[in-house]
Design a protein around this ligand. Structure first.
Ligand SMILES: Cc1cc2nc3c(=O)[nH]c(=O)nc-3n(C[C@H](O)[C@H](O)[C@H](O)COP(=O)(O)OP(=O)(O)OC[C@H]3O[C@@H](n4cnc5c(N)ncnc54)[C@H](O)[C@@H]3O)c2cc1C
Length: 379
């Protein structure tokens, strides 16, 4: 990166206007409402955002990862949760392109139309960072997989119509793991809602699978070999998560800059004091630097470059950490009222915190790229 095309600049402007007009006014409401923002999903589908990364054959517009990044940054400025939902549609949803024709033809157009939401379920209570400890099993019995186990801390749990579940189809390490599509209404599924700090409108929870029958054609990709299939999806998701965090932080910084011009202390606007100016300058610089890392990670991932995994982990790490600092500093510029729910900073802070955790322990991956696999803690 880092030059955008004229078309990409136009996409940014259009989505910026859409999100400011259609999503911003309700963002605080949805954060507090005990409901998933289906209305917003439909609005975003109407303007083509849910199908950005899908091929035209499925009703999508087939844009590249950078253009999706631009869209998510702009949406995240006005409603962080909506950007995560779009990431779910355009990233998790794309896993269905590896499904059998019947499932692909049935589900993908629904995702593009904003009528279907899928959740990705990998984490378990005993296996978060350590994926090889995954214990959910899918045993082939009488022509169907029988799914048993539990998944923990899953975004969209209880609202998604389908789950993409990582399960063990063979004993052993990462090699015996497969990806299964499980409709949410199959008998034997139980949801336990969790109450989170941020990402509140998205819904979050644990999912128990008890003898759930899953037809064999619901296996997505190769049996025992889900992780290589998911590699590019995971890379893109991490870089985009970084950009979502930074989109929200950019909004916070711009609000703080505006406020620094109108709030007077000791007879001068706040913005005339170097203590305020210099911190904003540092935040602006860090924010733009982190954006560059995210866009570079997206372009490496799109090219299938070897170093894409490390860069996307760095993008997610740097995006999340930078965003948290920038939002926290913006809240300070507003003084005491910055802490109140009258202003969006507390919501921003809660939401960007989730971007630091939701996509795994990123530093392990980066350290391994630097030190080599012999330095894996579990080698
Ligand atoms: C808001 C949110 C949304 C989520 N959504 C999903 C979802 O949709 N699907 C899904 O599958 N999962 C989801 N998760 C789960 C998330 O992926 C895990 O929380 C994450 O991978 C960390 O796993 P863990 O919670 O088991 O922590 P652990 O693996 O137990 O780690 C605990 C702490 O130790 C650190 N740590 C772990 N290993 C090492 C190491 N080798 N060296 C040094 N430090 C280490 C970690 O960074 C962390 O700080 C979500 C989590 C959150 C908070």
């Amino acid at each position: 990166m880092a030059e955008f095309t004229t078309e990409q600049d136009a996409v940014r402007e259009t989505i910026h206007k859409f999100a400011r007009k259609e999503l911003a006014p309700q963002a605080a409401y949805w954060d507090r409402a005990d409901a998933f923002p289906w209305d917003n999903l439909r609005k975003m589908a109407k303007v083509g955002l849910t199908g950005l990364r899908f091929p035209a054959a499925y009703g999508g517009s087939g844009v590249d990862a950078t253009t999706l990044g631009i869209a998510l940054e702009e949406v995240a400025r006005f409603d962080h949760s909506c950007a995560i939902i779009l990431c779910g549609c355009n990233i998790t949803g794309r896993i269905f392109l590896q499904a059998c024709k019947e499932i692909k033809d049935a589900v993908v157009p629904e995702i593009v139309q904003g009528r279907y939401l899928a959740a990705f379920a990998s984490t378990e209570s005993e296996s978060g960072s350590e994926m090889r400890a995954l214990r959910t099993t899918a045993k082939l019995t009488d022509g169907a997989y029988v799914l048993n186990g539990e998944k923990a801390m899953i975004t969209f749990a209880g609202v998604a119509q389908g789950y993409l579940v990582l399960a063990r189809t063979e004993e052993g390490g990462k090699e015996g793991i497969s990806c299964l599509f499980v409709e949410a209404d199959r008998p034997g599924i139980q949801i336990q809602r969790l109450d989170g700090f941020g990402w509140r409108s998205l819904k979050w929870g644990n999912i128990a699978f008890d003898e759930v029958q899953v037809p064999v054609d619901h296996l997505i990709g190769e049996k025992h070999n889900a992780l290589p299939m998911l590699k590019s999806i995971v890379q893109e998701q991490r870089a985009l998560t970084g950009l979502i965090a930074l989109g929200t932080a950019k909004q916070a910084l711009e609000l703080a800059a505006e406020y620094a011009k109108i709030r007077h202390v000791y007879g001068k606007p706040l913005g005339k004091f170097e203590g305020i100016q210099f911190r904003m300058a540092d935040d602006y610089t860090a924010l733009e630097a982190a954006r560059l890392v995210c866009y570079r990670a997206l372009s490496l991932s799109e090219r299938g470059a070897e170093e894409a995994s490390t860069w996307s982990a760095m993008a997610n790490l740097m995006g999340g950490e930078t965003a948290y600092t920038v939002v926290n500093n913006a809240m300070d510029v507003y003084g005491g009222m910055g802490y109140s729910t009258e202003f969006p900073f507390e919501r921003y802070l809660r939401d960007v915190k989730a971007t630091q955790i939701a996509n795994a322990t990123l530093k392990m991956q980066i350290a391994q790229a630097l030190l080599g696999k012999d330095y894996q803690p579990y080698a």
